[in-house]
Design a protein around this ligand. Structure first.
Ligand SMILES: *[C@@H]1O[C@H](CO)[C@@H](O)[C@H](O)[C@H]1NC(C)=O
Ligand SMILES: *[C@@H]1O[C@H](CO)[C@@H](O)[C@H](O)[C@H]1NC(C)=O
Ligand SMILES: *[C@@H]1O[C@H](CO)[C@@H](O)[C@H](O)[C@H]1NC(C)=O
Length: 466
């Protein structure tokens, strides 16, 4: 969700600082200890000749993706190159920040943040860049049209051994419903794309369309449909979609549910509600190894997250709910699991503007959850403070290489939302530690979650299991 009527981000990011200095000290020492242990482990690991071949090759493949790649650009841009509008907004004395430039349509840095059509990634051309991800470039489907699957998520369908990418189709005009309204696009519907290789995406059409005429319908085009996610229910054999449903002013703050017997739809819209009577804005769903699924949603004016198990048919929440990361003001939650530990990446709440991602970890999905820091590595400082100018939406495990994931994020383009870009990057957990780290003074030393910046990268061999 990108509610424009947010509190200033300073409030958002300072909210947790009351949490007690001693805990912070613990965390810092814990982190130092962790780094030392990982370092030590690496030294041992390096000399260990008895590696199994699989582990060695995993290490090799992920090491390539873990190379720290710097990104050089000058912020603020050289005087002559400053956007007059960014200067105007900040006043003459304050130099424009990278975020001002990023948000300014007229900025000379625009092509850096939003590369043009000439550099589009086109699966029909193949050639040199084939199978390579280029974060933030225009990404075309197999028909040659830009992929429209924003705020999306990916389902791996075991029956067809196919990946399905669901997301918001925002291929309409960006406008403001009223003076103080957030930039928006009318609901068009949820797009679905299919792929076997995660790079070549075929458009499967709009699997849940918006409603053109019925103004009382949740999906009426004047409303908001964000962050659709789909799970397969093993018990009922149905595909269940959950999404954020809202009105244009983000006051409805509800979740919606839809169902289909096929991954490519059509999905039948069932209902919306406020889970447990609470506001629900940015949200995601997660299916655990045991088949139980969970809803995670930003609540109480986005000041905290709630986690709740779904019913066995995934069509509703159960009565159980826990408040987590209370007072931390996080949104855009994504959830994933590695070696019995649950991890989450979230963003701060600053409307369409990018901000710093945080990683969180927990032994149990219902909490307690602990914040373990900014996962972004490489690029440069501004990149790391802005999640590479993007916002988390999903983390996809790569079954063949445990510990390696694709971090999926949206680089929103508020003046032209349909031209928002996808930032996909490799995410790894731990220094490839294959044994859980020790507890330190009762505080678990969580493995590090790292998202590595790359201008260009590809999946390593062996990422598939079929
Ligand atoms: C292929 O891409 C690489 C990296 O971007 C570049 O250095 C190289 O010149 C390209 N080769 C061709 C034939 O385009
Ligand atoms: C309009 O939508 C509402 C809410 O979903 C529904 O109850 C009503 O039957 C719909 N009206 C028509 C004419 O389809
Ligand atoms: C949103 O808020 C504006 C201004 O407060 C108001 O004019 C408009 O009717 C509201 N729209 C909805 C859908 O609630």
């Amino acid at each position: 969700m990108r509610n424009k009527h947010r509190k200033p981000s300073a409030y958002c990011s300072n909210a947790g600082s009351k949490y007690s200095l001693s805990l912070l000290t613990f965390i810092i020492w814990g982190f130092v200890g962790c780094v030392l242990m990982i370092h030590f482990y690496h030294i041992i690991h390096h000399n260990d000749q008895e590696e199994t071949e699989v582990k060695l090759s995993n290490h090799m493949v992920t090491r390539e993706l873990e190379e720290v790649e710097e990104e050089n650009f000058q912020i603020p841009p050289p005087r002559g190159k400053r956007s007059p509008r960014a200067v105007l907004r900040r006043g003459p004395r304050k130099p424009p920040t990278a975020i001002d430039e990023f948000l300014d349509e007229a900025s000379d840095m625009r092509p850096f943040f939003f590369p043009g059509r000439r550099n589009a990634v086109d699966p029909r051309k193949g050639g040199n860049y084939s199978m390579h991800f280029y974060p933030a470039r225009i990404w075309l489907d197999t028909d040659g049209n830009p992929i429209q699957a924003h705020g999306g998520g990916i389902l791996f369908d075991e029956k067809s051994e196919t990946y399905y990418w669901y997301g918001e189709n925002k291929d309409g005009e960006t406008y403001h419903a009223h003076k103080k309204g957030a930039a928006r696009v009318d609901i068009i519907g949820v797009s679905c794309y299919s792929s076997k290789d995660l790079w070549t995406w075929k458009n499967e059409g709009i699997v849940l369309p918006g409603e053109e005429t019925n103004i009382t319908h949740d999906l009426h085009k004047s409303n908001v449909l964000e962050r659709p996610k789909v799970l397969y229910n093993d018990l009922t054999g149905q595909y269940i979609m959950w999404m954020h449903i809202d009105d244009a002013n983000y006051t409805k703050a509800s979740v919606g549910v839809a169902i289909s017997s096929s991954p490519t739809g059509p999905f039948q819209y069932l209902y919306s509600k406020q889970p447990h009577g609470f506001e629900s804005r940015d949200m995601t769903i997660f299916k655990d190894d045991d088949g139980k699924a969970y809803l995670i949603y930003s609540s109480v004016d986005n000041s905290e997250l709630h986690v709740s198990p779904l019913t066995d048919d995934y069509l509703d929440v159960t009565r159980v709910v826990r408040r987590i990361l209370v007072g931390q003001h996080r949104e855009a939650p994504t959830l994933f699991k590695h070696e019995r530990t649950y991890y989450m990446i979230t963003s701060g709440c600053t409307g369409w503007a990018p901000n710093q991602a945080l990683a969180h970890a927990a032994d149990k999905i219902m909490g307690p959850w602990e914040t373990i820091g900014n996962p972004c590595v490489g690029g440069n400082k501004v990149f790391r403070m802005t999640t590479f100018f993007a916002q988390s939406t999903f983390v996809l495990p790569l079954p063949g290489i445990p510990g390696l994931f694709i971090f999926m994020a949206d680089r929103w383009n508020p003046p032209e939302l349909r031209d928002s870009r996808y930032v996909w990057l490799p995410l790894t957990v731990g220094g490839l530690a294959d044994e859980p780290l020790e507890y330190n003074f009762g505080f678990p030393l969580w493995s590090r979650v790292s998202i590595y910046w790359h201008k260009r990268w590809r999946l390593p061999q062996g990422w598939r299991t079929w």
